[in-house]
Design a protein around this ligand. Structure first.
Ligand SMILES: *Cc1c(COP(=O)(O)O)cnc(C)c1O
Length: 423
């Protein structure tokens, strides 16, 4: 039996309708921006394996750090104990996070980092004896698949089975270019109408919605409105964090800083599942009390796993090397050149670029759903041509590992351009 056959006997994959899904591709090896399947077919990983892998697959520098940690202290409980890797991660984050972020809380995945932020927003007001129970989120947001994260997410086919079982969330439109005022007005109205505890957003880029982008000035205004009304702001940087937008964090483009930030995906360079939620000192102090009931009763068995911390520390180091910073600039310049080349193509409606993120929307005849026929056709064409891209409906986006070579990047563009001819 091949790996794929054994897989179909036992495994249940994410976001997959197994009855109609194509069989998964069995990957046996990865190096740099490349992956190989069990038949030795080569693929360029042009989406960094769901946006987690900035420095390339099987990275030796991270692997060495992980090995060293595994053979020194692989894990220890974080309740009542601490360790150097966790302290070092905190110290390093204090250097690179917006200055108002003063406390960090570890967990294991992006959804949980959001879950923690939302729980903290709700309990913050509970601890202060103030009734605020509504969370504000953008339309078409994606914040993950645990219950509060799902409630905050607006992509409805992910969540329709659970409608009516969620915490209270109200939605405002994304302030895309030309529609900023509608978004500001909606936020003000919602704050007047409901007892809002927090506003969660994907800063500057909505990833799962198809790399939908909006300007830093607009986000700045929205955060100001929240700050003026004592509504806590949560920047979900699970996708945007650690260089994707060209700066370390998307919030580095925005003057007003959020009360909390959520980090995961590229945190450990795409190696070990780990997430962090960060907070201002003021939020921490709302939980700091003689009364044990005011504590944050949240935690996970693998909280602050030292091996994950070691991978994160190695990743921070890699991101800050001049070579990696040059890669960010190089990938961005390359995207901009491709954008110039492709933007007037008859089948392209819009293109957008921020940092290492490129997206284009293809003209559609009919309403194209998230997993619709155009999407399937495109996906298969990319796979046939040895490129891993996962279009969102009629949107094709490229979010490569930063170390992708110019040659590999040109091949990705070429296949994307050719794909326009088969649609
Ligand atoms: C991927 C993602 C999440 C969820 O992270 P998981 O690790 O998949 O749980 C949350 N927010 C954003 C913006 C994401 O892109």
């Amino acid at each position: 039996m091949t790996l794929t056959e054994k897989d179909s006997q036992y495994l249940w994959h994410p976001y997959t309708q197994h009855k109609t899904a194509q069989t998964p591709i069995a990957i046996t090896k990865g190096e740099g921006a490349l992956l190989w399947d069990e038949n030795s077919k080569e693929y360029i990983d042009a989406i960094a394996s769901w946006w987690v892998n900035p420095f390339g697959h099987s990275n030796r520098f991270i692997a060495d750090a992980v090995y060293k940690q595994l053979t020194t202290l692989e894990h220890v409980l974080f309740g009542g104990f601490t360790h150097e890797p966790a302290v070092k991660v905190a110290e390093k984050l204090m250097e690179i996070l917006p200055a108002n972020q003063q406390k960090i809380f570890f967990s294991d995945n992006g959804s949980t980092s959001v879950e923690v932020a939302i729980k903290v927003a709700l309990q913050y007001f509970f601890n202060k004896g103030e009734k605020r129970t509504t969370i504000i989120a953008f339309e078409n947001a994606f914040h993950g698949d645990t219950f509060a994260a799902m409630a905050a997410s607006g992509i409805s086919f992910y969540t329709q089975a659970f409608q009516g079982m969620f915490i209270d969330v109200v939605r405002i439109p994304v302030p895309v270019k030309g529609e900023e005022q509608a978004s500001f007005d909606a936020l003000k109205k919602v704050i007047q109408q409901y007892n809002c505890a927090g506003f969660i957003f994907e800063p500057l880029v909505q990833g799962a919605a198809g790399m939908v982008m909006y300007e830093a000035e607009a986000l700045n205004e929205l955060i100001q409105i929240c700050a003026a009304n004592n509504v806590l702001t949560i920047a979900d940087e699970v996708m945007t964090g650690f260089g994707k937008t060209g700066k370390t964090f998307a919030m580095d483009y925005v003057e007003q800083k959020p009360d909390m930030m959520c980090l995961s995906k590229a945190l450990t360079g795409g190696t070990i599942p780990m997430a962090i939620t960060t907070f201002t000192q003021e939020i921490f102090e709302a939980f700091y009390d003689d009364d044990i009931n005011k504590a944050l009763f949240h935690g996970h068995t693998f909280t602050a796993n030292p091996t994950g911390c070691a991978a994160a520390l190695a990743s921070f180091e890699l991101l800050q090397t001049p070579e990696m910073q040059a890669n960010l600039v190089r990938v961005n310049a390359s995207h901009l050149a491709f954008q110039e080349h492709i933007k007037n193509h008859s089948k392209v409606t819009t293109t957008r670029v921020l940092g290492t993120i490129f997206a284009l929307e293809i003209k559609k005849e009919n309403e194209e759903s998230y997993y619709g026929t155009m999407r399937t056709k495109l996906y298969n064409f990319f796979i046939e041509n040895g490129i891993i891209l996962r279009p969102v409906g009629n949107i094709v986006y490229i979010l490569p590992p930063y170390i992708i070579t110019d040659e590999q990047l040109q091949k990705v563009y070429e296949v994307v351009e050719n794909a326009l001819e088969i649609i």
